[in-house]
Design a protein around this ligand. Structure first.
Ligand code: PLP
Length: 379
């Protein structure tokens, strides 16, 4: 079986985890801050907060930006449900901005048009969550310019995009956003099994994220709101969660991070190779980019070919996937009033989409096999 994505675990990764197992610190321990500062350094961000998964990171990022009932959050319909659900956890309303068919990311012109309309009706978003789909960075400068004009905050959902570059800097630098979120799920670029991280350059946001990750309890002495009666004292200042990462996961993450550059260069090379192999087929290839971290390689085929081709791949044990069923068409979101037809570009893309396998250990042989299978099953 060839999956669409798969982790690569080295002997060094295994030793790093075993070392933690033999230590005092299984849950909270020194490995977490070590991993956080390594990711922050790599990404040229000031602060990084490790959490149990990216969904948790998105949730506390919304809370740290004071998203609450009555607020509006916009994201892309071409994403995993977690990018929208995080706002619903806070009681906010969610809406979507259609994608640019060339990049498959949130369309800046659709965003601008929607903002102009929303301003007239007094329904401007508090937060916009652009998603770097497949690892290709969104046009963050343009989105940031719009945020200044219309007064919204920005969370980058970079679950696909650790290791990607934007404007000469690593994604995660958060130069044009308030917070950037990474996922370390095994299909993503580096893994901690479950795991995620929120990066920011703003100290107040970093403190708030750290507090929300751990029950809402003040993390530092200077944050206590009344003098402590004894050394036993801790003060819960708001309602938070147990969204902590373990020391085991952090050790795995730190070890994986040492190979991030290698992982991403390999993915870029595999994507270039697909691009050449597929060139002459009646297939739309994803936008070629050396800035992308290439989490996915999503091809587009004729709508009426997609199901047949998908089933044929699966039958042949080539475990392709579809990224993504547009979030607004999920039953949960339809029950909130969204319907097919609301975001036509995301829907059109979805009907044509197949993500073919792309991961570190994929060989040129596998790629040749996948592409010849593709060729033989297109009619
Ligand atoms: C994987 C993913 C998430 C959720 O990540 P978890 O770490 O599994 O919670 C969120 N957004 C996007 C775009 C993703 O691909």
């Amino acid at each position: 079986m060839i999956p669409y994505g798969r982790q690569n675990i080295s002997e060094a990764d295994i030793s790093a985890v075993v070392e933690v197992l033999r230590s005092e610190w299984l849950t909270q321990g020194p490995g977490i801050a070590h991993f956080e500062s390594a990711v922050a350094n790599h990404c040229q961000a000031k602060y990084a907060i490790a959490v149990s998964n990216a969904t948790a990171a998105l949730h506390i990022s919304c809370l740290a930006l004071d998203v609450k009932a009555g607020d509006i959050v916009w994201t892309s319909p071409n994403t995993f449900v977690a990018s929208a659900n995080c706002a619903r956890y806070c009681g906010a309303d969610v809406d979507f901005v259609d994608i640019d068919p060339a990049t498959l990311n949130m369309s800046v012109s659709a965003l601008q048009t929607k903002l102009e309309a929303a301003e007239k009706t007094g329904r401007l978003p508090k937060v916009v969550i652009p998603v770097h789909f497949s690892g290709l960075p969104c046009d963050m400068k343009a989105i940031h310019t719009l945020s200044e004009k219309y007064g919204f905050r920005i969370i980058e959902d970079a679950s696909h995009a650790i290791g990607a570059q934007y404007d000469g800097k690593p994604v995660g630098a958060s130069e044009y956003s308030d917070i950037t979120v990474f996922s370390f799920h095994p299909v993503k670029i580096i893994t901690t099994a479950e795991g995620g991280m929120a990066l920011t350059n703003q100290p107040e946001l970093a403190d708030r994220l750290a507090r929300l990750r751990s029950h809402g309890i003040a993390q530092r002495k200077e944050h206590l709101i009344k003098p402590a009666e004894g050394a036993w004292e801790y003060q819960q200042l708001e309602l938070g969660f147990n969204y902590r990462m373990t020391n085991l996961q952090a050790a795995l993450g730190y070890s994986q991070l040492q190979r991030l550059t290698e992982f991403v260069s390999k993915r870029r090379a595999l994507a270039r190779h697909y691009h050449t192999l597929i060139e002459d087929l009646p297939v739309t290839r994803p936008a070629q980019s050396e800035d992308s971290s290439w989490h996915l390689y999503p091809i587009r085929v004729e709508k009426n070919q997609r199901k047949k081709l998908f089933d044929a791949f699966r039958q042949a044990d080539i475990w392709v996937q579809v990224h993504y069923i547009p979030v607004h068409t999920q039953p949960y979101y339809q029950a909130l009033g969204f319907k097919w037809g609301d975001f036509p570009n995301a829907e059109e893309y979805f009907h044509q989409a197949i993500s073919i396998p792309l991961f570190f250990d994929l060989s040129h042989n596998d790629q040749a096999l996948i592409v010849s299978f593709l060729k033989n099953n297109l009619s």
